[in-house]
Design a protein around this ligand. Sequence first.
Ligand SMILES: Cc1ncc(COP(=O)(O)O)c(C=O)c1O
Length: 398
Amino acid sequence: MIRNSTTRRTFMGSIATALGVAGLRPSFNVFAQSREGRQVEPGVEHPEEEYDNMAKLANNENCWGPSDTVLKAMNDGFKYSNRYRYPDGGIVEAIAKHHGVKPENIILGAGSGEILKIVGEAFLIDHKKCVGVDPSYDSVYRYVTNSKADAIKVPLLKDYRMDVPGIIRATKMNYRDVGFVYICNPNNPTGNIIPKQEIKFLLDMIPGDVPVLIDEAYHHFVSSPDYATSVPYIIEGRPVIITRTFSKIAALAGMRLGYGIAPKELIERMRPFNSGGLNAVVKYGGVAALKDTAYEKKIKQMTIELREKTIKGLRAFGYEVIPSECNFFMVNVGRDVNQVADDFKKRQVLVGRKFPPMNDWLRVSVGTEPEMTKFMAAFKEMFPAGGIKHAKKEAAAS
Ligand SMILES: Cc1ncc(COP(=O)(O)O)c(C=O)c1O
């Protein structure tokens, strides 16, 4: 069973009690959260009731929520909600053990997004540049710009694979200016991987002192035998920084916990930028999530089943989809996705934003079965059978 309502009720009861003490109710919308979890002005996104009724396929979350053991652990962690210096369940040690590294190789963040931001702050001093593919996880390039630096973006290959020789070339050509290389593996938004042999080739070919940031946010969803985590390179002592998150497979996006793994020297360069702003509850949830491998397996299996069923349905309807190893995929809708996303929203379906230059490709996250059914129904209402050629003809005729 994915859901245990008693545990869920107890946990939510604890939240309500905690918020009650502070004089707030969960429905009192003090801050809304933007797509990437940044705080935005109240009311900018959807009010609670409207949001709850929508199919949420825009942000690659885990639609089934955290496991019962994680909920119980977080519930137990609430007893420290009034403390600063509290026993934290041994989260750093648990992560280090999980990866076969030392606690000194781990840095925690309020989501892996915080670590990605810190890498920009720590390694792009003096206007250094970041090299990466385009499109990729665009928040990294935004952090780079915020750090008053720049990104050298290497286009994807014609078949949407990441251009590893292109990244090597760009890094070598700009060697003096490069602060770090960014690789999202598997890549968001395309959902495909860089095979392990190509990662090795990349690390062997670029100058040995250039840090490589490898974002493994979607690691747990990959099935391809050609993929492998890059953690062993850190154990070898190479200048590799890996980020992982509890937001995806562990379903803790709203609780904010992620981490970086790297050689000690690189972690030490990053630590001064760390906010330390984690809550007690999620640390307990993280420790429990690392142990709950049965839940991970179940989520992976359900995700893949629904992803493949939806992709098959879209292809049968005539639309091109990029094969994905993640909890999302991209479909070519043949027109600007901002407008398409608005049309989906009118049908109570939230889908992904635009990822230039793939302006006609819509990113769709895997949701529950009813959510995917709702998505397919909306898709068939909005697009004609037969694919984008028919859609373009219809648009021209109207
Ligand atoms: C590739 C990638 N990296 C990092 C993140 C940040 O996730 P979080 O800050 O919730 O760990 C996301 C979020 O969607 C992502 O897609």
